[in-house]
Design a protein around this ligand. Structure first.
Ligand code: ATP
Ligand code: MG
Length: 469
């Protein structure tokens, strides 16, 4: 009958429409069973249609305590709910936050079900929460330090030893190498962990402000001065991190030296000395000996500050850390942005390995974050997602050209009659020749050979073992 066929067609059109729109739609009938569950809703809730359709809605979803379902409310109370924020868990334990409009549906006067229209705000919620966490307190520990290179592992070992005492620590390292990370790890790993950790960048403010910040002021010491304890007093029992110590003026360096020697400070304008018990960790982003030679760092202060001295190597000198760091940052931003990036493409690794990383790990993190921001459906970071200066770079001659010439030497003569060898055997032999060449060049220094080959140390080690088998 034509009217019936028209109705069926119309239903099909409605169904197609419901599945195409960019808001989640979920409808239940009068008994609480799901009758409509569109594609967007599937995406928001990470559920399959067959797990929801025709099932009792309350069997499928669990709600946070005290938060009833708006769908059931609309059905039972026959009330509309507008712009309600809802946080709940699907049956795989995934937390979901949506803004919902929910309304009862009637057939005449009889209630026949309820519809929910949902906008997914999970990502926004996560971003806000994350930001709050960052602002509250970033509490790094040794577990937060990623890196398997022997050089970084050695620094970690030395740093761990420094947690047992209250000696001053000087951390030397270029920008972005993780000085703050190490300083916080020392504090959090020491018996001062429950007391404050306060950090102050000495280059960020003019001298007189830094002075009153560090030492505090007595009321009336100068116009507008209030009675205020300085950072030394606020860090009592804990740790004070002084960043970029080399940018303090000679006068303030002398004052700092006195405070460390006498273990007491005097607020500006005050006449009383106050005892302090604060561990000082300072950082410098240049060679301290150079800074002393150029009068940017007092020698006597340097000796006081560097009872323990840690040097964090720049990333370009420990390239085997690049892969674990990339993995770490990808999973960090996957969580933060609710993405599912799996890794980097084969073309990306040589590009990142050949780069010098003047901004060190911070720069690497920004490159990964930036790439993920450009991605929509892709699962793998490609060269096109990297910042402009990484793209269209000619490969360094060390990798491609030599590789090609070596492979040519291995190939059989151009005699077409000769049989070709099994590809796997051929590649293994090529690999052996190439690895031996790299080892010879680097006097069997595994780390350096691995770096030049673009391999991790472990991977090179494995291949050498395979060769000698
Ligand atoms: N080994 C590491 N593992 C994981 N993340 C790291 C590592 N090193 C540094 N980072 C990250 O890189 C960023 C920069 O680190 P940090 O702030 O500690 O560097 P910094 O040496 O203090 O830099 P600056 O000299 O510019 O102050 C931070 O986000 C930090 O979490
Ligand atoms: Mg820092």
């Amino acid at each position: 009958m034509p009217p019936k066929r028209n109705k069926d067609k119309l239903l099909q059109i409605y169904e197609a429409l419901i599945n195409e729109i960019d808001v989640g739609v979920h409808a239940i009938d009068h008994s609480g069973r799901t009758v409509i569950y569109n594609n967007k809703m599937m995406e928001i809730e990470s559920m399959r249609k067959e797990d929801v359709i025709d099932k009792d809605f309350q069997d499928v979803f669990m709600f946070e305590d005290g938060q009833g379902s708006t769908l059931l409310y609309a059905l039972n109370e026959q009330q509309e709910v507008k712009n309600r924020r809802q946080t709940y868990f699907n049956n795989k334990g995934k937390e979901i936050t949506t803004i919902n409009n929910t309304l009862p549906v009637y057939d005449g006067k009889e209630s026949i079900g309820a519809i929910e229209i949902a906008k997914d705000v999970t990502v926004i919620e996560r971003l806000i929460r994350r930001n709050m966490e960052i602002n509250r307190n970033t509490r790094y520990t040794f577990d937060s330090i990623i890196g398997k290179s022997s050089s970084i592992q050695e620094v970690i070992e030395n740093t761990k030893r420094a947690t047992r005492t209250s000696s001053s620590v000087l951390i030397v390292g270029e920008t972005g190498t993780g000085k703050e990370l190490f300083a916080q790890s020392i504090h959090n790993g020491s018996n001062r962990a429950s007391a404050p950790f306060i950090s102050q960048n000495c280059a960020a403010l003019p001298d007189n402000l830094i002075e009153s910040l560090l030492f505090g002021t007595k009321k009336g010491a100068f116009t507008g001065a209030t009675e205020r304890p300085g950072l030394f007093e606020q860090a009592e029992g804990g740790t004070l991190l002084l960043d970029e110590i080399n940018s303090l003026s000679p006068m303030l360096q002398a004052k700092l030296l006195r405070a460390i020697q006498e273990k007491s400070i005097r607020r500006i304008g005050d006449t009383v000395d106050r005892k302090i018990d604060v561990r000082i960790i300072s950082t410098i982003n240049e060679d301290p000996i150079e800074a002393i030679a150029q009068n940017r760092l007092r020698k006597d202060l340097y000796y006081r500050l560097s009872v323990v001295s840690l040097f964090i190597p720049p990333l370009r000198e420990r390239k085997e850390d690049i892969i674990p760091l990339i993995d770490f940052f990808i999973s960090k931003y996957n969580d933060m942005f609710q993405m599912k990036i799996k890794g980097i493409s084969n073309e990306v690794l040589p590009v990142l390995s050949h780069y010098d990383w003047p901004g060190n790990i911070r720069e690497l993190e920004h490159v990964i974050e930036g790439a993920i921001n450009l991605m929509v459906d892709e699962e793998v970071i490609e060269v096109s997602h990297l910042p402009y200066n990484f793209r269209n770079k000619p490969q360094s001659p060390t990798s491609q050209d030599h590789a090609t010439s070596n492979v040519h030497q291995l190939l059989p003569d151009n005699d077409k009659k000769l049989p070709l060898r099994n590809l796997k055997d051929f590649l293994l032999e090529a690999e052996e020749i190439y690895i031996n060449k790299a080892l010879e060049k680097h006097n069997d220094h595994l780390t350096n050979a691995a770096e030049e080959l673009g391999l991790s140390r472990q991977s090179l080690h494995y291949r050498i073992k395979r060769m000698n088998k």
